[in-house]
Write a protein that binds this ligand. Sequence first.
Ligand code: MRU
Length: 350
Amino acid sequence: MSSPGSTFRSVHWTGNSVQIIDQTFLPQKEVTIHLTSVGQVWDAIKKLKVRGAPAIGIAGAYGLFLGIRELPEGVFGTFYKECERVADYLNSSRPTAVNLSWALKRILDTMYSQKEKPISELKQLALETAILIHEEDRRLCKAIGEHGAELVPENARILTHCNTGSLATGQYGTAFSVILHAHKKNKVKNVWVDETRPLLQGARLTTWELQKEGIPFTLNIDSAAAFLMQKGEVDMVITGADRITRSGDTANKIGTYNLAVLAHAHNIPFYVAAPYSTIDLNLENGSDIEIELRDEVEITHSGNKRMAPKHISVYNPAFDITPNRLITAIVTEKGVLTPEYKEKFEKLFG
Ligand code: MRU
């Protein structure tokens, strides 16, 4: 199977720091920054300098190493308690994407399982696990693209939301990887890119990535999706996910649920693409997922200019929940899963 090898990587471990493209400057400027402390990683995640569920898991994993590398190498119990404290701190940056807590727990568990080793070696183990998580995500995203491309019809007009490409993952992306792999098979006629209010991940980032890859696309305002579907201009919808529960209920960027309802009403398949690190078997239903509420300024202002009157009530959830019954299939690295999701998740990822 032909495979795109040219896509860039937005996160790098330099040996001493985490190097990221600061996504808040895109697409105007490609600014690379180096994060050398856990505080800088927390800030970069919080401010969406690095964003997208798998990418914040990867950045968080390196952040944990940065936060523990200078810890005193005394007794294991004291060291491990500090590691947990650093992990809790990183976890407090953004609550909805499970990939962050998943990556941090994986590193803590790995160190704990080898607690008889000297602390200097455990620190090294933490870094090696972070690198493993990073490399693994690249492989998973590639596999997601290969599986998902099979779902894409010839001459496909695909609608997507938010940004799910190399910026949001180790490489290739999730939903973006499906589009990328389908494009390599000459199946993509047009990608409808939702601008993705309020932070415009679609307009700023997905267009930038599609342009880089030479994939045909058209930018549209979020609220044009219904009209596009009504006119028969959309063959499929595909998005990523920030957390998928046992039942298949899925948290993703605010506006995703709207698309799922619309796709259902117009008899258009609605797909979700995500690696196993996004599947949270500890939660049963979407209502159990904590939804991040963000600053009202993201809605009341456009850049530095105030657009809404002062002293008003503002509601700015960053994500919403799409119920499993509206999801035609979930594309994972292990293949395309159709409902019922619960049994399949337990069998494949339990
Ligand atoms: O707030 P963001 O930009 O981090 O939200 C990102 C999304 O909602 C993506 O769709 C999701 O993380 C999947 S990305 C591979």
